[in-house]
Write a protein that binds this ligand. Structure first.
Ligand SMILES: Cc1cc2nc3c(=O)[nH]c(=O)nc-3n(C[C@H](O)[C@H](O)[C@H](O)COP(=O)(O)OP(=O)(O)OC[C@H]3O[C@@H](n4cnc5c(N)ncnc54)[C@H](O)[C@@H]3O)c2cc1C
Ligand code: SF4
Length: 590
């Protein structure tokens, strides 16, 4: 890479990262007439050429060899459980699967598209009011500085852009039979009806209903029917092909930026996509209070400076935070003094599972998709009384058969030999006769969990890697046991021959996939002392810089993040369009 960056002519807006968040903001700002340049470190991806029906169902290529993911030799993270340990780099992805290329992780995601509940946006206040401040002692929970009412129109915009299939449980405050009664009041029904269900979720829902719970179809960004969104882009109905999570969709059925946004955006003359261009830094003027643009390196290793009036960073949680640390934006978080904001409140998800084995059932598990399924929310977040339980938080309990592909899907009871005749026999016996109930649970932020720059390990450009310091807290381990016990009660009602419940236990490690729902580190709030961006995703003190994505979540509830990432992207774009452009500067003064 050459030393000095060559300066290019200025543009109105640069957007770093062309996943869901960056593509939505780029489209909304291009619609406003601004000249928008998108920068993406990976390749341009397109359904027809990259995810062709003839070649896409390749488990070796996409799951084992992780073709859609970021290569760890390009960029990775180091990890440790405690500040007293030395972090080591992740050389293969295990715990989570970061994306690369246009569409980002949204190409190989599963598509479960929940909204967070109204209480989440004032979680610290809510839990303190209900249980007293001692109930959240040791946690660094925060309010988001925004409200459900402010979020809802932007959730609605994301539901429409992604063509989400589901059944509303609460429209305008009226509880609707068949939907999730715990969701916040929606202004509209889902844009598409729920997908059909396969056998395992149907059985789960029956058992849950018989126990008095209220099962609902999991909100899904897999289109249940043909659908055209507000950008004029069309999706085809999902065929339940079973090669969904970790794969791109050949069928234009799984919503992603490359299916639902970029086809409309690339046709706009005021938008340019620069792929294979890795952004290294956000530049600032001498006052430090104004972003002047970005420095990036192109596919030939040449360095360029792209000046812009507005800089939007939407490069996923890890790179959002790393770019801010490398660019000297905000004070790095110090867990000892609990001061500084960049890197603060990193959180994850607490994944739990109950596996069931039957003698008399055939689930045809090869039929499925990332977000086809049924769930209940009785044990999620604060939907149940936590008094005396010794923890806060909870999880979303559901059955979502993603498609049992031939290499990985080998469910056998624990204790089965790992190879040989017995393993083959047991695999054949249970391949179709096993199902699992998952409980994707909250992870509440704590002082000892944070992001910082690694003092030792560097990327190929010689810049420090991001260091993750993380472990599950006692609060989350107690919660995990509780929600797993509740899930096992439903599993027992299905009368399996055997069931095995695994509640999440510590310590966190990179050895098995848990979820890619990594959040926080550049969080949103009402107070610059403990947050990095205001409710418009505008960086405190650098008003022409916006940092968008799950990095803004101050903690993680028991839901998947992308519905909220999409809503935040619409929210930031709306604020820029309606307020910032009229009066550039701080939209909120403190
Ligand atoms: C296997 C899997 C399953 C998932 N399932 C679900 C689910 O069911 N429901 C759900 O809600 N969420 C799910 N997720 C999470 C979901 O994919 C993410 O929340 C979502 O993709 C985040 O969108 P984003 O735009 O913030 O980031 P990304 O999609 O990661 O996009 C960021 C983009 O920025 C680019 N970039 C990064 N750094 C730079 C740089 N320095 N310069 C230039 N470009 C850069 C990246 O290459 C990437 O394309 C899943 C994720 C995975 C991996
Ligand atoms: S299951 Fe449906 S949405 Fe998923 S990849 Fe197959 S066709 Fe696409």
């Amino acid at each position: 890479m050459s030393g000095m960056a060559k300066k290019l002519p200025a543009t109105d807006v640069v957007v770093v990262g062309l996943g869901w968040a960056g593509s939505i903001i780029a489209k909304e700002l291009a619609d406003e007439g601004l000249r928008v340049m998108g920068f993406e470190r990976g390749a341009w991806r397109d359904t027809a050429s990259d995810f062709n029906i003839a070649s896409v169902a390749d488990e070796l290529r996409y799951v084992q060899r992780q073709e859609l993911m970021l290569r760890t030799r390009q960029n990775t993270c180091t990890l440790r459980n405690k500040p007293s340990e030395t972090a080591l780099p992740m050389r293969t992805w295990g715990s989570f699967h970061p994306g690369n290329g246009t569409g980002g992780a949204g190409n190989h995601w599963a598509g479960i598209t929940f909204r967070f509940q109204p209480e989440e946006f004032r979680l610290k206040s809510h839990l303190t009011e209900r249980y007293g401040s001692q109930a959240i002692e040791g946690l660094t929970l925060q309010d988001w500085g925004t409200t459900w009412e402010e979020m809802e129109p932007h959730y609605d915009a994301f539901d429409r852009v992604a063509g989400v299939s589901g059944k509303a449980g609460n429209i305008g405050g009226k509880i609707v039979e068949g939907g999730n009664p715990f969701e916040g009041p929606r202004s509209n029904e889902y844009p598409n009806p729920p997908t059909k269900q396969t056998y395992a979720p149907t059985l789960f829902a029956e058992a849950a209903r018989n126990m008095g719970y209220k099962p609902f179809p999991v909100p899904s960004a897999l289109a249940s029917q043909g659908y055209t969104n507000q950008y004029g882009v069309t999706m085809g109905p999902c065929t339940f092909c079973g090669f969904c999570t970790n794969y791109g969709c050949a069928n234009y059925s799984k919503a992603s930026a490359i299916v639902n946004v970029l086809p409309a955006l690339v046709r706009m003359p005021n938008f340019t996509a620069n792929t294979h261009c890795e952004v290294l830094e956000v530049t600032k003027d001498s006052t430090g209070k104004r972003a002047t643009g970005i420095i990036y390196v192109d596919a030939n290793g040449e360095k360029w400076e792209q000046p812009a009036d507005i800089v939007v960073v939407a490069a996923f949680t890890f790179e959002n935070v790393r770019l801010m640390l490398l660019s000297g934006i905000g004070e790095p978080y110090d867990p000892i003094s609990n001061t500084g904001t960049t890197g603060r409140n990193y959180a994850y998800q607490t994944a739990n599972n109950v596996q069931l084995f039957f003698d008399d059932k055939n689930f045809n598990p090869f039929i499925g998709g990332g977000a086809i399924g049924m769930g209940i929310d009785e044990f999620n977040n604060d939907n149940f009384d936590h008094s005396g339980l010794g923890f806060v938080g909870g999880g979303s309990t559901r059955v979502t058969p993603i498609g049992a592909a031939p290499i990985n899907a080998r469910p056998v009871p624990p204790g089965t030999p790992k190879w040989g005749k017995e393993w083959k026999k047991t695999t054949a016996q249970y391949y179709a006769a096993s199902m699992s109930i998952g409980c994707e649970a909250s992870n509440y932020s704590a002082r000892s969990n944070y992001l910082s720059l690694d003092p030792t390990y560097k990327d190929p450009h010689g810049r420090p890697l991001l260091r993750i310091t993380f472990d599950f807290t006692e609060n989350d381990l107690r919660m995990a046991q509780y929600v797993t016990d509740k899930t096992a009660e439903i599993a027992k009602a299905l009368n399996p021959k055997m069931l095995f419940a695994s509640a999440r236990k510590g310590p966190w490690s990179n050895t098995s996939y848990q979820s890619s729902h990594v959040v926080g580190g550049f969080v949103m709030g009402g107070d610059p002392a403990n947050s990095s961006v205001n409710k418009h995703l505008q960086v405190w003190g650098v008003p022409n810089l916006f940092v968008v994505g799950a990095s803004a979540f101050p903690q993680n509830p028991g839901y998947n993040p992308t519905g909220t990432v999409g809503a935040l992207a619409f929210k930031a774009a709306y604020a820029i369009r309606t307020q910032y452009l009229k009066r550039p500067g701080e939209m909120i003064s403190v």
